[in-house]
Design a protein around this ligand. Structure first.
Ligand SMILES: *Cc1c(COP(=O)(O)O)cnc(C)c1O
Length: 383
């Protein structure tokens, strides 16, 4: 790292995210920052897309020009994540939350599903699946909950009550609100269903260990309105009769995610983000930067008695870093002064309080350095 990284104007020119004079460090949890280069390209193409005198939003999703975009987006995502051929990639709507319903409706099949609860999102997924269990579609079982640690730790897998013959095992890889991340996929026999909304593409993973991966786009991929589902072929075509057609994975796979009109602009923008990520060197390269960013911020927190992060070290998220001040009466001052300093969206989620810095792929190291510099100056002033 250069010694002038704290100076925004001195930021490396190759770093597109900081070159526009009005773009500021944005630590929003979601919808989150999108690379400036991607937004600039979308802006360029807005009025006259591919020289056709229309925007990409104004053409048929079945036109050959639009289909070329979606084919490229899928093949880039497949290359970035090294997705095996026996997985389908679906680009659907309804956010990650609609998947909380789609998963049991497609996969429960009268059996029992296991759920691991490690924070708000996995709790919501379990609650939604329980509604279908009540309707008689099967049974839903919580294998363990992190509530005893107030969602700052993950119960050891030796204490989990895993079912025999579970239809699937659901967990949330990165709990966006609590800042808790599970880095190794749980070793269970049932197909693993993983909510990766806030960590997809942030570091290399082995897709073949999962039955299904899903992620809302608005954290690490692009604009809201799109959810990506990566699903192994054998899990298609098992949906209950109750499953709405648009949520039926087999049907959507057959229709290539175009059972109805898809979120065409979000899909297009996701493709531009995949191009950008490829230009950054892909997932492995961005994963190294993400680790550097997280280390920089956690070290600053750990080396200070003024700031605190409560999450057990092996589970600290590399994407969402919640932290508190020793004196919580200073929270409002911290938020006001950080915003004045041009550092946006550091307020913690209302369930957790304090602060949270979301440091997704599109947040460059320089922004994290600026945040750390601000935190140190703030501590000097108020400690
Ligand atoms: C944001 C988020 C969701 C919900 O996403 P929506 O698109 O708003 O439905 C679910 N899971 C995780 C891990 C998230 O971060």
């Amino acid at each position: 790292m250069s010694d002038n990284t704290s100076n925004r104007s001195a930021a490396n020119n190759s770093d597109h995210t900081t070159t526009h004079p009005h773009r500021v460090p944005n630590f929003s949890a979601g919808p989150a920052t999108i690379p400036t280069q991607v937004l600039a390209r979308a802006q360029n193409e807005m009025l006259d897309w591919q020289g056709r005198g229309v925007s990409v939003m104004e053409v048929s999703h079945r036109s050959k020009e639009y289909l070329a975009i979606v084919e490229k987006a899928e093949s880039k995502l497949r290359a970035l994540m090294d997705i095996p051929d026996n997985y389908k990639v679906l680009f659907l709507q309804g956010g990650a939350s609609l998947q909380f319903s789609a998963i049991p409706l497609n996969l429960l099949q009268g059996g029992q599903a296991d759920y691991l609860t490690t924070g708000t999102w996995s709790k919501k997924a379990l609650k939604e699946a329980s509604r279908y269990a009540k309707l008689g579609l099967g049974a839903v079982h919580e294998v363990a909950s992190a509530k005893d640690s107030n969602f700052t730790d993950v119960p050891s897998s030796s204490t989990w009550h895993v079912s025999d013959d579970a239809a699937y095992f659901h967990y949330c890889v990165n709990e966006t609100i609590h800042g808790v991340q599970i880095f190794e996929p749980p070793q269970v026999d049932a197909p693993l269903i993983a909510d990766m909304s806030s960590c997809i593409l942030s570091q290399p993973i082995d897709v073949s260990k999962f039955g299904m991966i899903y992620a809302g786009a608005q954290k690490n991929i692009g604009p809201a309105g799109l959810v990506i589902v990566i699903i192994r072929d054998d899990l298609l075509n098992q949906a209950s009769d109750w499953c709405p057609l648009l949520m039926n994975y087999g049907h959507q796979a057959e229709k290539e995610s175009m059972s109805n009109t898809p979120a065409t602009y979000s899909w297009y923008l996701a493709g531009l983000v995949f191009d950008w990520l490829e230009e950054q060197g892909g997932v492995e390269a961005i994963g190294k930067i993400n680790q550097q960013k997280a280390d920089l911020l956690y070290n600053a927190i750990d080396n200070s008695a003024f700031y605190h992060n409560a999450v057990a070290k092996p589970y600290r998220s590399i994407m969402n870093v919640p932290f508190t001040l020793a004196d919580s009466s200073l929270d409002k001052v911290f938020l006001a002064e950080s915003e004045q300093a041009g550092l946006l969206s550091l307020k913690g989620h209302r369930e957790v309080g304090g602060m949270r810095a979301s440091i997704y792929n599109a947040v460059p190291l320089e922004w994290v350095q600026q945040l750390v510099d601000f935190m140190q100056a703030f501590e000097k002033k108020y400690a």
